[in-house]
Design a protein around this ligand. Structure first.
Ligand code: NAP
Length: 263
């Protein structure tokens, strides 16, 4: 006889949990951080500078009745991430939830791109996710309470965006998807789940960059839902994958793309 008395809404409750979100000062990371607080979590807000949007995020976390800490850390620095995790646990308790959303995007034709442009993006988007997961998982493995990590990849890790010359970005996101599956398998027997979310075109400051802003109409036309995602539409998928509602999900890449990858 199955347990028909499962309290389904409670599966999404994050009360009493401590989360860390990178890229929490803007866009997708910011909205997810606020959403986690609304679901009951205290949240460490990590971004490379504290003079950006972090204080806005912190105000909205407080408005949701939850605690936060603001931490300036560059995701390319293992030491800075270790310090961010230590500060998080000292102020908010054992870390069991993490979202790695920090990232950059830019474009240049492949044959013209310099090594610096390639390497800087790879260091943030791919190595930065690895270092973030490593720092988070070290804490989760040490306290033994398990954990759930969500990395923000992109549909660009699955398809090639028509009209955008961004081989480095696309490769970095394909790397995030497969790296997430690889880490999921390394930690599958030790209570840590790792999944990724691959957003489609989403209205955030990232899409105000010069090579994108004139293409917004084209992005909408290419998307089966005929619109870009509102940034709030990334919150539900993140809460789902982090929460006990996804207790049997690990190594999943969840496309949140308005149907883009179907066509
Ligand atoms: P965003 O609004 O620019 O937010 C990214 C945040 O990451 C910014 O606060 C940024 O700080 C921070 N950051 C950048 N480099 C960092 C570093 N080295 N260390 C710490 N923080 C750093 O962009 P978004 O659109 O929300 O993007 C969030 C994630 O979603 C990215 O990984 C992106 O690739 C992915 N994504 C976005 C879309 C989209 O259409 N928007 C689609 C698919 C995937 P600064 O402002 O100081 O640079």
């Amino acid at each position: 006889m199955p347990d028909i008395f499962l309290n389904a809404p409670a599966l999404f409750d994050l009360s009493g949990r401590t989360a860390l979100v990178t890229g929490a000062g803007s866009g997708i990371g910011q909205r997810i951080a606020i959403g986690l607080a609304q679901c009951g979590a205290d949240v460490a807000l990590v971004d490379r500078r504290t003079d950006g949007g972090l204080s806005d995020t912190a105000s909205l976390v407080a408005a949701a009745g939850r605690k936060s800490v603001q931490v300036a850390a560059d995701v390319t620095s293992a030491d800075a991430l270790a310090e961010a995790v230590a500060q998080t646990e000292a102020e908010l308790g054992p870390l069991t939830l993490a979202v790695n959303a920090a990232g950059i995007a830019n474009a240049n034709p492949c044959e013209e791109m310099g090594e610096d442009q390639y390497q800087t993006l790879m260091d943030i988007n791919l190595k930065g996710v690895w270092l973030s997961c490593q720092a988070e998982a070290r804490a989760m493995l040490a306290h033994g309470k398990g954990g759930s990590i969500v990395n923000i990849a992109s549909m660009s890790g699955v398809i090639v965006n028509r009209g955008l010359n961004q081989v480095h970005y696309n490769a970095s996101k394909a790397g995030v998807i497969h790296m997430s599956k690889s880490m999921a398998m390394e930690w599958v027997g030790r209570g840590i789940r790792v999944n990724s979310i691959s957003p489609g075109y989403t209205a955030t400051p990232m899409n105000t960059r010069p090579e994108m802003v004139h293409q917004t109409k084209e992005f909408e036309n290419q998307t089966p839902m005929q619109r870009m995602a509102d940034v709030n539409e990334m919150v539900g998928p993140a809460v789902f994958l982090l929460s006990d509602a996804a207790s049997y999900c690990t190594g999943v890449d969840l496309l949140v793309d308005g149907g883009f990858c179907c066509w």
